[in-house]
Design a protein around this ligand. Structure first.
Ligand code: CA
Length: 317
């Protein structure tokens, strides 16, 4: 067992260019509850907004979360896919990395956890290669599309946004699109927007229906092709007065007709077994950003991830 963890320390997978899967260094010691998150299969964290990882690095995208999982005995890998691309293209990159993680660890499968767009990427991997996947968990992912993407798609004229939309968002447009699509380049963002709209997601869901609720706000199948499906999300928006990202999420939340985390609606986040869909977390709080600035009146995101790892462990995953 210790050998597995040591091996995870030693081997940092760096493929080339975009493709990176990094083993999380194992803690040298543990005081308490040392096996709480010790899942049978490695935990693989798949990011969403990669504009973010330019700022903080892909490891820090999950602020403090890999370490929190590792403290409880989990073997954790953090993957990295193209900042901007279709779910299928990102998913193919992720499959390559999962194959390598399986080769390194000697475990036949992984537990995939994706945030935002990453939650769609992991669905793709499980649909195409269920043999490599023990479980899929999405956190704040727009499985039925994002209202903001619909609005922006409807306001594209000749490849650029209508003047009124640009004026409305002013300088935060790039930030908003980066959060949503993983790109701060307007051309990339426009090209990618459709995949996160309700029509784009309907097309994706028709091809990859595993775990997606058939009703508008129900749960999905808990297990498909031997893969367990879970999801959670938040409906907080303004959660911490010191977090500079809260006002931007407050602005984007105005586009939603249902409660939301600033970018993804409560019902749209449902996949498989819905663990909870109303944490007082906004879209960035879900990955303990920015820099751990979250609500002090709600379960800490790190605790939510640890509890989920324990859930996977108890399920024999
Ligand atoms: Ca926050």
């Amino acid at each position: 067992m210790m050998g597995d963890r040591l091996r995870a320390v030693v081997v940092g997978l760096v493929v080339s260019g975009w493709l990176t899967a990094t083993a999380v260094p194992a803690q040298a010691w543990c005081w308490w509850n040392c096996n709480y998150t010790k899942t049978k299969y490695p935990i693989v964290l798949a990011h969403g907004m990669a504009g973010f990882d330019e700022l903080f690095g892909v490891f820090e995208y999950w602020f403090g979360i890999p370490g929190a999982l590792d403290d409880g005995g989990a073997t954790v890998f953090v993957t990295s896919v193209s900042q901007f691309n279709s779910t299928e293209a990102r998913g193919e990159q992720l499959i390559d990395q999962v194959e390598q993680i399986v080769a390194i660890t000697g475990k036949p499968k992984v537990n995939l956890i994706g945030h935002s767009h990453g939650g769609l990427d992991v669905r793709y991997v499980a649909a195409v290669r269920p043999d490599l996947v023990a479980s899929v968990t999405s956190v704040g992912s727009p499985h039925k599309g994002a209202d903001l993407a619909d609005y922006l798609s409807d306001n594209i004229e000749g490849g650029s946004f209508a003047q009124g939309v640009l004026a409305f968002f002013a300088e935060s447009l790039g930030t908003v699109l980066g959060l949503l699509s993983g790109s701060t380049d307007p051309q990339d963002a426009i090209a990618g927007l459709d995949s996160l709209s309700s029509s784009g997601m309907a097309t994706f869901n028709a091809q990859y229906p595993q775990g997606v609720p058939t009703s508008s706000c129900g749960s999905g199948a808990s297990s498909v092709n031997g893969v367990r499906y879970y999801s959670w999300s938040g409906t907080g928006v303004l959660t911490n007065a010191f977090d500079i990202s809260d006002p931007a999420l407050g602005l984007t939340s105005l586009f939603y007709s249902e409660s939301n985390d600033g970018l993804v609606g409560r019902c749209s986040s449902h996949l498989g077994t819905v663990i909870r869909d109303n944490y007082f977390h906004n879209h960035l709080d879900e990955v303990n950003q920015i820099l751990g600035l979250v609500s002090i009146f709600e379960s800490n995101p790190k605790s939510v991830f640890r509890a989920h790892a324990n859930r996977l462990k108890k399920a024999g995953l």
